[in-house]
Ligand binder design. Structure first.
Ligand SMILES: C[S@@+](CC[C@H](N)C(=O)[O-])C[C@H]1O[C@@H](n2cnc3c(N)ncnc32)[C@H](O)[C@@H]1O
Length: 222
């Protein structure tokens, strides 16, 4: 199925606006579920979560930007661990509503700023030590524009997940999304070409179950 650019953005926004509860439920289900498909699907979600949270160390005095923050689970965890400030941006207002409620219930809202807007058009007034986008790039029809902007907003490291092309998990996921929302999957070579097309900065690509975890080392400061 082919999607036009405007159509992509609208479909993704509408989809995530109505998907909040289902999305959060996915995280809350048993992390160590014995069901094979669930386990394989979720492993990536948990591994990329842990790698991102660990990757933002040390937390004191540092700031982070969560692109496509969804219900704000990463923002809350970073705030709980003592990051100075974390900004979460998402263009689905229902996701931001949920995230704000959760942060205030957990009493970490003082450290988090949520923005309901499109990442590409929003004008940020600051740079961040870390920028990350988990489960995000697969919904972008022009990934290089997003990547460029993330790098320009970052002082130390950018973290991204990319869903793997090929295999039974990719096929099943593609099928699930077929009529709901556009989804772009990647080979390792496509990720390499994409990153190299926007920057000369060093980067790593790690395989984690159904995803690749990419770190771009911006390191403008120590
Ligand atoms: C699969 S969710 C991931 C949420 C979160 N990063 C996580 O892993 O828990 C992707 C989110 O990206 C948001 N999104 C997609 N394109 C966006 C854009 N251009 N600007 C802001 N948010 C966007 C969607 O609304 C959705 O909430």
């Amino acid at each position: 199925m082919e999607w036009e650019r405007i159509d992509v953005e609208k479909k993704v926004k509408d989809f995530f606006n109505f998907y909040v509860n289902e999305f959060v439920f996915l995280y809350l289900q048993d992390r160590y579920s014995k069901r094979l498909i669930n386990n394989l699907f979720r492993r990536s979600v948990y591994v990329r979560f842990d790698k991102t949270i660990e990757g933002c160390k040390p937390y004191e005095g540092r700031t982070a930007l969560d692109v496509g923050c969804g219900p704000g689970l990463y923002c809350v965890e970073l705030a709980r661990r003592g990051i100075e400030k974390v900004v979460g941006i998402d263009f689905a207002p229902k996701m931001i509503e949920f995230a704000q409620k959760m942060a205030s219930q957990l009493k970490v809202d003082g450290k988090i700023e949520y923005i309901a807007a499109d990442f590409l058009t929003y004008d940020f007034a600051e740079q961040f030590d870390y920028t990350f986008a988990m489960g995000f790039i697969e919904y972008c029809s022009y990934p290089s524009e997003y990547l460029k902007k993330m790098i320009s907003l970052t002082k130390r490291k950018v973290f991204l997940s990319f869903p793997k092309k090929g295999g039974i998990l990719a096929w099943q996921r593609k099928l699930r999304y077929k009529f709901k929302c556009p989804l772009f999957l990647y080979s390792k070579e496509e990720i390499e070409n994409l990153v190299k097309s926007v920057t000369d900065l060093p980067f790593t690509i790690e395989k984690i179950s159904r995803d690749y975890f990419v770190t771009i080392f911006v390191q403008k400061i120590d």
